[in-house]
Every structure is written in C-alpha cells, then in structure tokens.
Write a protein that binds this ligand. Structure first.
Ligand code: AMP
Length: 419
C-alpha cells in the first residue's frame, strides 16, 4: 500500500472547514489593512533562495527540495514565501506602483525537516509583505496586523516577542562581540554551535540545547550595538507599539533563521510552549530586493503556519463554521421515477439548492435510512403515482411529516430553508 510521503499529510474533508476558516479570516484581515493576494509558482530557480535566504541557513543548507528538471534547470520547491514575492515584485515592475506595495499569499511550503508534531515536510503558510516603506510606523502596523490575526481567529494565550538585529553597518560590530564572547566558551558549545560560531554566529542565540541556552542568555545583546539610525528606528517602533497597546516583550535571543532580516524581527508564540512551537514570525528585510538585483528597497513581512494555527484552534476549542452540506435527498421507487429524480436533482441544483440523489434500485426504507445518515433536512420521494400526477412527496427528516408538492412548486417548498 502506498502512503503519503513522510512528513506530509492528506487534508481530509472533515479537516477542510478549519483550513477554510483560516483562509477566510486571512482574507478579511488583508482587506482591512489593504493587502492584495499574489500567487507565485510552487517551484523557483534554486538560486533565488540560495542567494537571498543565505547559504549558511538551515533552510538552504539542509532543508530544500532541489532537483534538476528534464531540461537541466535547478529548481527548488518553495521553502519560504518572501523571496518569491520579491522576485515577482521585481519581475513585474511593481516598483512603479504606489508604495508600499502590500501583497499576501496562502501557499504550501516544503522543507526537508525532521517530522514531529507541528513540524512537517509540507506545510502551509499565510504570509504578507509590505514593500517600499522604511517608516517604523509600518513595522508597528505589520506587527499589529500579525497580532490581531490570532485575535480574529479566536486564539489566545500568546506572547509577542520583539528584537532588532540592526543593519549591515552595525551588525558586523555586534557579530564581532558575539564571536569574542563565545570564543572563551568553545569547549562547552554543542557541535552545531561550534560550527555556527564561525559561519553564522547570530544563530548561536537560538540554539535549543540547555547548555547553549544558558550561554545565549548572558550573551551580548544586539540592541546594545545598534547604530544611531537603527536605534532611532527601534525606539520609534516601540513608541508606536505602546500607542497600539500591544503586549510585546523584547527578547534579545530572537534572531530569526534567515539571513535577509534587518532591524525589526518578531515572533508570536504560544504562552505554554514558547519558541519550539512558534506560530508565526517576521521582520524587516531592507537588503533583500537589492540582493535579488533590484534597487535598494525597504520592506518587511510576516508569515504564520496554518497547521500550527489549526492545532491551536483545536486545543483552545474554538468553534468554527461547519461546511455547508446538501439539504435535500431524492429517493425514487422504480425506473420511471428514477428518470424523474435525475432531472429534478439537476433542476434544483441549477436553482442553487444542494441535492444528493439515490442510485440503483433499493427499498424506500433503505433510501430513507441513507437520507437520515446524510443529515439532510428533506427527502423528496418519487414513485409511479407521483410521476403520473406530476408531483413529489416532501418528507421532513426531523418530524417525519410528509406532504405532496406539485413538481412546479418544489423549489418554493424547499426555498426558505435550502436556498
Ligand atoms: P518561518 O518561515 O520558519 O518563520 O515559518 C513561519 C511559520 O511557519 C512558523 O512560525 C510556523 O508556524 C510555520 N512552520 C515553519 N516550519 C514549519 C514546518 N516544518 N511544519 C509546520 N509548520 C511550520
């Protein structure tokens, strides 16, 4: 027997209402903040990610699904949503649009990760990007939008973590400070951190091993090394967050996994589980568009994992709207009646009513049992007498009350409840 590939999952019909709920709330949110949807291809030129996300990041070094297609092109299944949106922004000359250009996406993401609860090799993200604005007021707006999204979904008990990791100018001074701090502790670092110390020192701060965590806690803080411009940006941002009454906490160990972040980084985490099960994260990436060959362009964004949202919706018992199901089942007795039933089902559907029909020759009792288990409101029953008199029997499945309805009046008799 075949199975879905490791780390992937089928989203069965009973799970779909959750997905739809999240998608509907996401598009409601985006309408309020002025974001428009963009869809980019599932695969891209591999270099788009190696050049933007960073060769030393986990995503590029270990997690990408990269393959050569039959023409020999190196392609990568989308491992994150920001670089493709920026590629599309440049490719379609969106820089000429009124800025900031605000775009959102809902899309599958592929990462060759070690599968566990809440961590899959294919998952889905809702993300949004605001391109072309440097004012810290938009950092506050993006953080506000991310935070409000969970409120809109009905998910509570979250924390909002904030940090600034500076720009290319102040980052190097900070990295030097980090390296010298860690240089005297090399003996107690885990293997991964020993490597990070040389190649990607910022990532030392988010190592999950207890020994390394204690070291990271006491490490130099990026906000103490910000240049005057980055410091002013951070101060204005926290001022606006105060005006918005957002309950943020500065977390100097928050660095985010991708190379392209500058200045503002933030994450939303469940209170009980913390960073292991981060719901969403984002930040500013002022250098990314230039790294992709465009003009210097300030930008920022946020992305959140839909599977993790659904885990939290279920855990917190959030009630979501049920999927709409057909209200009507048509039962028939005999060949002539089936003929009538086939035509009637099509007619009712055309007028917008959801209809299921019975197939084959079965007893009326069996057909009504099926109607009961389908949870429809009405069964319409047709047999020789009804065909001859141009009518059907309408049975209310809750009360078992039956009335005869002329064929021409069926829509009206179902209309109020089914339309
Ligand atoms: P990232 O791009 O890593 O910041 O991911 C954004 C969000 O997507 C995370 O906060 C998670 O909610 C979700 N996410 C990331 N990786 C995975 C994964 N492997 N499986 C499920 N959800 C994920």
């Amino acid at each position: 027997m075949y199975q879905a590939p490791r780390g992937t999952q089928d989203i069965l019909p009973e799970e779909q209402p959750y997905l739809r709920f999240v998608e509907v709330k996401a598009s409601e949110l985006c309408a309020r903040y002025g974001y428009e949807r963009i869809d980019t291809p599932v695969f891209e030129d591999a270099r788009l990610f190696t050049r933007s996300v960073g060769a030393e990041t986990d995503i590029v070094a270990k997690e990408m699904y990269t393959f050569a297609d039959r023409g020999g092109d190196e392609l990568t299944l989308r491992p994150e949503g920001t670089a493709p949106v920026c590629r599309a922004y440049l490719e379609h000359g969106m820089a000429t649009r009124t800025k900031p250009v605000k775009l959102y996406y809902i899309t599958p993401i592929f990462r060759y990760d070690r599968p566990q609860a809440g961590r899959y090799r294919q998952h889905h993200q809702f993300g949004f990007e605001a391109i072309g604005e440097a004012d810290p007021a938009i950092d506050a707006e993006v953080i506000d939008m991310a935070w409000r999204f969970y409120g809109l979904l009905g998910i509570g008990e979250l924390t909002l973590q904030l940090n600034s990791i500076g720009c290319s100018a102040c980052r190097s001074t900070y990295l030097d400070a980090l390296r010298s701090y860690y240089a005297v502790h090399l003996a107690i670092l885990c293997d991964d951190c020993t490597e990070r110390q040389v190649r990607n020192p910022l990532r030392l701060l988010d190592c999950k091993r207890p020994g390394c965590q204690a070291l990271a806690e006491a490490a130099p803080k990026s906000i103490d090394y910000l240049c005057p411009e980055c410091r002013a940006h951070f101060e204005k941002l926290t001022h606006y967050l105060g005006r918005l009454k957002l309950p943020y906490a500065v977390n100097h160990r928050l660095v985010r996994g991708l190379d392209y972040y500058t200045r503002t980084v933030f994450e939303v985490q469940p209170l009980s589980e913390g960073a292991q099960s981060t719901l969403g994260g984002g930040g500013r990436y002022d250098g990314l568009i230039e790294a992709l060959g465009g003009p210097p362009t300030p930008a920022l964004g946020f992305a959140t994992g839909i599977e993790r949202i659904i885990i939290n919706l279920k855990k917190q018992g959030v009630k979501i709207p049920e999927a709409r199901r057909p209200d009507v089942f048509i039962a028939h007795i005999g060949k002539a009646a089936q003929d009538e039933a086939v035509a009637l089902a099509a007619r009712l559907r055309l007028s917008g009513i959801g209809v299921l029909q019975s197939y084959g020759e079965r007893s009326l009792k069996a057909q009504l049992r099926q109607a009961g288990s389908l949870g429809v409101r009405y069964a319409l029953i047709t047999g020789d007498d009804e065909v001859n008199s141009g009518s059907v029997i309408r049975r209310d499945m809750t009360t078992s009350e039956q009335i005869i309805v002329p064929l021409a009046d069926v829509e009206r008799s179902l209309g109020a409840q089914s339309g």
